[in-house]
Write a protein that binds this ligand. Structure first.
Ligand SMILES: Cc1ncc(COP(=O)(O)O)c(C=O)c1O
Length: 397
């Protein structure tokens, strides 16, 4: 299977076979809490060899295992573990590596949930962290201490679309024997292959592009057998494992991942270019634009610029709020990677708990609108933004 192209592996990754039931094209949903055994001896045998069968779905489930092995194939890793959410996968990654007294170097614009885990939870257990601008490689090196065990970055950050130079950071991490983990939610295995580029662990909020239809919450972590076994133990203990129905939806989502990501990126590029032309727009953040500060790195590392655009309007929060309220097709909503184009104001949603100074230090001014671009016709998305921006501009004259 490894020799096949991405799309073929995504479609053919999970195959079910039973001598009695044959070979269904779609992998079945094993919607069961537990499995029973003919004898106690059989049960014991399964306990001693968990890879040979299933006992209880928190510890393992065939539909979830089919999704995990498909993800491992797509990421080029030995192993993968499904989680109840993206935060479940990220928590498992971090908790499986660091212990009390140890330290993490994290990207300054890390996802808010990860920031909260590091700041509000892990500090209580003696794990400290330093947030740095990961486009500044000297700053990454300078933040490393003797007790640093993990460097954690994001392939493309939310909402500023900062691009991570994975090979450069991997080199810094490995020279000091530090594990390098990457949240690749924005790029998926279709746009980038972080493991081949030097990362040790790859986490995704599968809620987003992997599912692709805005109808599930899930996560996945990919890496070496040894790292994933440790993460599996954490997930088993905290109980944040993936449910079988989510795994089924994800296996379905993966079959169209390449098609969807091409369309997301095609639309995002067109929307970003159109937004950049509007007089009310100060600047647009999209790695596919030549004006993006890491455009060259993105072109080198990622298949395309992805589906996520953010932009800043003149006039701050009041103008941004008015623009977003004028949208008729685009939905005011959180999340991303959905078939629908969505929009939100980071200042009033994801970054509400940050002070204005903290937001500015992260490159998030009050007038920023984040808009994950969906799969609609790009002309319709652009027309909706055009009418919203024109209406607000006219009302300001
Ligand atoms: C980059 C990134 N990582 C992780 C998460 C968390 O994922 P979940 O909501 O599935 O827990 C999100 C959610 O928006 C995200 O954007």
């Amino acid at each position: 299977m490894d020799q096949h192209d991405f799309a073929t592996r995504a479609i053919h990754g999970a195959n079910f076979h039973s001598p009695f039931l044959g070979n269904p094209i779609s992998y079945p949903i094993f919607q069961t809490s537990a499995f029973s055994f003919e004898t106690m001896e059989d049960w014991l045998e399964q306990s001693d060899h968990p890879d040979k069968g299933y006992a209880y779905s928190r510890g393992g489930n065939p539909t979830v295992a089919a999704f995990e092995s498909t993800m491992a194939q797509l990421e080029g890793t030995e192993s993968a573990i499904g989680a109840a959410s993206g935060m479940g996968a990220i928590s498992a990654a971090i908790l499986s590596i660091v212990s009390a007294g140890e330290h993490i170097v994290v990207t300054r614009d890390v996802y808010g949930g990860t920031h909260s885990l590091l700041t509000n939870v892990l500090t209580r257990f003696g794990v400290s962290h330093t947030a740095v601008d990961m486009t500044d490689l000297d700053a990454v090196s300078a933040a490393i201490r003797s007790e640093t065990r993990l460097i954690w970055g994001e392939t493309i950050s939310n909402p500023t679309t900062t691009v991570l130079n994975i090979p450069a950071i991997a080199e810094i991490a490995h020279a000091r024997d530090i594990i390098f983990g990457v949240d690749a939610t924005f790029t998926t295995p279709y746009l980038s292959q972080p493991i081949a580029q030097g990362a040790d662990l790859v986490a995704h909020s599968a809620t987003k592009y992997l599912g692709g239809h805005g109808d599930l919450i899930a996560g996945v972590l990919c890496g070496s057998e040894a790292n994933i076994d440790r993460a599996r133990q954490i997930l088993l203990n905290v109980g944040a494992t993936m449910a079988p129905f989510e795994a089924f939806l994800l296996l379905r989502g993966l079959k169209t991942l390449d098609l969807r990501l091409e369309r997301h990126a095609h639309n995002a590029q067109a929307v970003a270019e159109a937004l950049a032309q509007h007089p009310l727009v100060e600047y647009v953040c999209y790695p596919g634009l030549s004006t993006h500060p890491q455009h060259a790195v993105a072109q080198q590392l990622y298949k395309n610029g992805g589906g996520f655009v953010s932009f800043v309007v003149q006039g701050g929060l009041a103008t941004a709020q008015s623009v977003i309220n004028h949208l008729k097709l685009v939905k005011r909503s959180a999340s991303l990677g959905d078939a629908h184009t969505l929009a939100s104001l980071p200042v009033m949603t994801s970054h509400r708990s940050f002070s204005p100074e903290e937001r500015l230090a992260r490159g998030i001014p009050d007038g920023m609108i984040r808009t994950p671009i969906g799969l609609e016709n790009s002309t319709d998305i652009i027309a909706d933004y055009q009418q919203a921006l024109d209406s607000v501009a006219a009302s300001q004259r």
